[in-house]
Write a protein that binds this ligand. Structure first.
Ligand code: ZN
Length: 341
């Protein structure tokens, strides 16, 4: 399987992470790259560098206002007297329609949904090349490839059209799906990350030409809390084109696979001719987030389930954090897919 990665993705090295009222090391560490790359190579992936397709395919799903913020905010932040090393919001609008502040602090609160997406010197560059990797991944399929893997890091599925959040800045899966759509294909995005793909849902919520499906730990008691419930089905033309499948904490392989089959049936009935898998590996029983309990064998079966769709599949890396099985889970998923073709 062909795979895409750019070394500039190493340049994002976030430090700040606040959970349960305590400052902790940020789990979205660059070291993930090493582990995931080895895991993909063990499944036979051959890596290439992405081409630079420019900002057009990114701006097709993100607002120009947000991209202006993301590209410039680190430099602007340095003008604040005594500013910290990373751009982290300390105030959020109660209502996002209430005007748009001029100050760096105000815009940080407007465009960063939480404190888990700190922006430092290399963040824009890493996010840009992560997104370009997803675009080149989509191009593999547009050019007739049957599958591909994108090592996208920082991840993307919590990033909305105009808002970062949860380690994510540019929505790589959404950008890839839009790239496929622009080429005349009919994409579905299936998000198997343990966290709900709220940014992806938000991005396509009013659209009927890109189906969004997400399996995740029930957000009643799990990040991102405010999104991911079953009643969120889309709006306007998009009503009925978003499917959320929240799972009880600790759900095992059998429960996960059953919900995945429900999601994949929707993909088939949508008439999708290509699938973007938002491939979080943090549903693993070994993941530090401890939301669900998918085993290594479960990841193999998840890969096989996507092969059974019989249409081209692009795997785009989302979450999945350092544990003894992170790399193995990726190997098993991609190998399970290839073995079932
Ligand atoms: Zn996640």
């Amino acid at each position: 399987m062909k795979a895409i990665f750019d070394a500039r993705q190493w340049h994002h090295d976030p430090k700040h992470f606040m959970a349960n009222g305590r400052q902790q090391p940020n789990p979205e560490q660059p070291k993930r790259i090493e582990v995931l790359k080895a895991g993909a190579e063990a499944a036979g992936c051959q890596f290439e560098e992405p081409k630079d397709a420019g900002l057009g395919p990114i701006a097709a799903v993100h607002t120009a206002e947000y991209l202006t913020f993301l590209k410039n905010i680190y430099r602007r932040w340095q003008y604040i007297d005594g500013a910290g090393e990373e751009v982290i919001p300390n105030i959020h609008p109660a209502n996002r329609r209430d005007g748009y502040p001029k100050s760096a602090t105000g815009q940080s609160g407007y465009h960063q949904a939480d404190t888990a997406c700190p922006i430092a010197k290399g963040t824009w560059e890493a996010a840009y090349w992560s997104a370009q990797s997803a675009i080149s991944g989509a191009d593999l399929l547009i050019d007739g490839g049957q599958s591909g893997y994108v090592l996208a890091r920082p991840p993307g599925h919590h990033a909305f059209a105009d808002m970062a959040g949860g380690f994510c800045f540019l929505n790589n899966s959404g950008i890839a799906a839009q790239r496929l759509r622009a080429a005349g294909l009919r994409p579905a995005i299936v998000d198997v990350d343990v966290h709900h793909g709220n940014g992806t849902q938000g991005m396509f919520y009013g659209r009927d030409d890109v189906l969004t499906v997400s399996l995740h730990a029930d957000p009643d008691r799990f990040y991102p809390f405010f999104w991911g419930h079953t009643q969120e089905r889309g709006e306007g033309r998009g009503m009925g084109y978003n499917l959320n499948l929240p799972l009880a904490r600790g759900t095992d392989d059998a429960g996960f696979l059953k919900a995945l089959n429900t999601g994949l049936e929707r993909v088939t009935l949508f008439g999708a001719d290509v699938v973007v898998v938002a491939l979080g590996l943090d549903a693993s029983v070994d993941d530090p987030f401890q939301g669900l309990a998918v085993t290594q064998d479960g990841f193999s079966r998840i890969g096989a389930a996507f092969a059974a769709l019989g249409i081209p599949v692009l795997f785009v890396q989302e979450g999945g954090y350092l544990s003894d099985s992170l790399g193995v889970n990726l190997t098993r998923c991609l190998s399970g897919y290839q073995a079932a073709l």
